[in-house]
Design a protein around this ligand. Structure first.
Ligand code: GAL
Length: 678
């Protein structure tokens, strides 16, 4: 198995984070001290330059890079590598004053004032020009520096702009997409409805608040355009950097399952996927284990954006954050647990926001490795240093990958279409929640799952869950059929196959596009339930799953009925079915039930697929990374109690002892068990 280490210079995992020396240029003593402390914390990387534009170019055309050079040099001389960021995430005041078109226009048509960050217009030619100029200068000055190992593009791309440049670009994008034929667009958007027919692309406006918001095709294309345009902006930055230094890898830091951008469209254009991980630890609505398993899902999303390659956790809070409604401290040991979870799920880095707390402005109270107290004698510093030490111990695991045999399908288009559909029950659509709920149920059975698109190659997987696949892309139905026919176990639910990629409903019964024959059913109606309504699915063994929110009424063609409704006028009709197709099975759950109740079904699917379920003690998770140096099983205990896990064999790398049979994990403990080479 090939080992694809991301950072050969480091020879292991990257440990470090956002570092803002530009806030401390008048304190050389602090900048000196930072290097000493970084070494003490086992830090081998610093992300520099995020939001540094106003110091790098204090006035138009006046560049000051000497301070940055001094820092990069000093870090490198001390074994600390630089992830160099482009500064496009926030603009200096001179730029907005001279070129107001760089400031975004919102959905109401109002132009923003200067300030904040992450709020530039992605289309503005002058803004792109200014960004390209400083990016090129940075690459020319620092790209050949041996300490610079990666480019970090902008920061957390997000948002949309309704300015005249964007409107024009949107029209051009649509004209390309519909072959310059407005009638193709009219047909795709069903514009004969409410007299919404367009005569030309020039008449089209994005969905302004007080404008056209009732054409689902328009709303969806605007979202797709926003991704396309953001990606175009990112690619323009990458192109400049690559033209100077083609060998330095690029990344852009993503944000969980962010709703504004289809990350699957952006991932191919960056070399490495990275993301910023800020769970609400110790909240008052779920257990830490629940928070951790949802975070494992988010890691799986990132891992799956570039399958077979490690990703990076670009940011996480060493202590607390400052922007959540309640900014609670991570309990002792939880920092290490969360960092090792990222690595367990496939990250080759543990990076933080931020290295040192600033004295003023918005993030002055955001957690940092070095607090205002300024010493290494703090709980947070010690915990970070412990992570540094641990990452050194497990360095041979860098470059290995997690390769699940199960996957959950999640499409951004599908999410946008469901959210925008004027149907069902507005408050309970919950596509993401439903996906996460099902993912977690498989996870509790010991199955790590990738999170992939409905058009992706499924041949690595034996089990696929495709909840609420309302929109079918061209080829999705064929993809699912192939998967089942070659022996896959497929699970689908209510709301499958209602619309095509333009959001036009399929005719001839749902699920459309040939999926009726895969599942052996036709969904004739869907009942949306009020929050207090309940129904049930009665199974063959007499047990009953509680139904909430949605219940489809099915006509069964040639599927086996595994469960029927318990109540209402459709009592006794099919609610859970299965059809054998080729060597596999296609299950259809016509109603919403908590995934926890469906675990016995999921367990059967896993068993039938040759993936034996492995139930670990409550609050314990396991992920396996493998590569040419062997398998690394990461065990993470999210409970404040010691737990024992049986059936574990190998060398435990944290304590450096052999385990034969029972692994004991302390409260919030982590273990990395190395076994056999492949
Ligand atoms: C991230 C952002 C960082 C910092 C951090 C605070 O979203 O990229 O710059 O603001 O949040 O948690």
């Amino acid at each position: 198995m090939e080992k694809k280490i991301l950072f050969p210079q480091v020879g292991g995992f990257l440990h470090g984070g956002d570092y803002n020396p530009e806030q401390w240029l008048d304190r050389p003593d602090i900048l000196e001290e930072d290097v000493r402390l970084m070494k003490k914390a086992g830090v081998n990387s610093a992300t520099l330059g995020v939001f540094s534009w106003s110091v790098l170019e204090p006035a138009e055309g006046e560049f000051h890079f000497e301070w940055l050079e001094a820092i990069i040099d000093r870090l490198y001389q001390n074994g600390i590598y630089t992830v160099l960021s482009t500064p496009s995430g926030a603009r200096p005041a001179w730029l907005d004053a001279a070129y107001p078109e760089a400031m975004r226009v919102d959905r109401t048509g109002m132009r923003a004032h200067h300030g904040g960050r992450h709020n530039h217009c992605m289309s503005s030619p002058i803004y792109r020009e200014k960004v390209a100029r400083i990016d090129r200068k940075l690459a020319e000055r620092f790209g050949s520096h041996p300490g610079v190992i990666m480019y970090h593009i902008s920061n957390e791309f997000s948002g949309e702009c309704f300015c005249p440049h964007c409107v024009k670009k949107f029209r051009g994008y649509l004209a390309d997409k519909y072959d310059n034929d407005i009638e193709k667009l009219n047909a795709a958007w069903w514009t004969a409805f409410w007299s919404h027919r367009y005569n030309s692309f020039e008449q089209i406006e994005p969905p302004f608040t007080n404008g056209e918001t009732s054409v689902m095709g328009l709303n969806l294309e605007w979202k797709r355009f926003t991704t396309w345009n953001t990606n175009d902006f990112m690619k323009a930055e990458i192109e400049v950097l690559r033209s100077v230094t083609p060998d330095i890898p690029t990344t852009a830091n993503l944000m969980r399952l962010f709703g504004g951008l289809d990350y699957r469209k952006m991932a191919p254009d960056m070399d490495v996927v990275s993301w910023d991980n800020y769970p609400t630890f110790h909240n008052d609505w779920e257990t830490l284990a629940d928070t951790m398993s949802e975070t494992a899902f988010q890691h799986a999303v990132m891992r799956s954006l570039k399958r077979g390659k490690p990703f990076m956790m670009m940011e996480s809070a060493p202590g607390l954050v400052n922007w959540q409604p309640v900014n609670k401290l991570k309990r002792p040991g939880v920092h290490r647990l969360a960092c090792l979870q990222a690595v367990a799920c496939g990250s080759d880095s543990v990076q933080y926001f931020q290295w040192r707390k600033g004295r003023g402005s918005y993030e002055q109270f955001h957690g940092a490795v070095v607090d205002h107290i300024g010493t290494d004698d703090t709980r947070v510093f010690r915990e970070v240093a412990e992570v540094g030490e641990l990452l050194r111990k497990i360095a041979p695991a860098a470059g290995t990958t997690v390769k699940p045999r199960a996957a959950l399908l999640f499409d951004w288009d599908n999410r946008w279409a469901i959210d925008d559909a004027k149907a069902f029950s507005q408050a309970s659509k919950k596509y993401e929640e439903t996906c996460i709920d099902i993912w977690k149920a498989f996870f509790r059975l010991g199955a790590d799952m990738d999170v992939v698109g409905s058009d992706e190659d499924l041949s690595d997987y034996n089990v696929v869950a495709a909840p609420m696949l309302y929109m079918l892309q061209p080829g999705t139905a064929e993809n699912l059929k192939r998967f089942v026919e070659r022996g896959g176990q497929l699970f689908a639910t209510y709301c499958t196959g209602y619309v095509d990629k333009e959001q036009l409903c399929f005719l001839g019964g749902f699920p459309g596009d040939g999926l009726k024959s895969l599942f052996g059913i036709v969904s004739e109606e869907i009942d949306s339930l009020y929050p207090s309504d309940r129904n049930g699915i009665v199974l063959e063994d007499g047990s009953c799953w509680e139904v909430r929110d949605y219940a489809e009424i099915l006509r069964v063609q040639d599927a086996q009925v595994l469960g029927t409704y318990a109540d209402d006028f459709y009592k006794g009709t099919a609610a859970l079915t299965c059809k054998e197709c080729g060597k596999g099975r296609a299950y259809y759950a016509a109603a919403r039930t908590a995934a926890e109740q469906m675990e016995p079904l999921f367990e059967k699917m896993l068993t039938d697929a040759g993936i034996p379920a492995r139930k670990l003690p409550e609050g314990v998770e396991c992920h396996v990374r493998s590569g040419e140096s062997g398998n690394y099983a990461f065990y993470l205990n999210s409970t404040p109690e010691q737990v024992s896990v049986s059936g574990v064999t190998g060398r435990e790398l944290v304590t450096d002892v052999n385990v034969e049979g029972v692994l004991t994990l302390p409260a919030y403990g982590v273990a990395v068990v190395h076994s056999g080479c492949n």
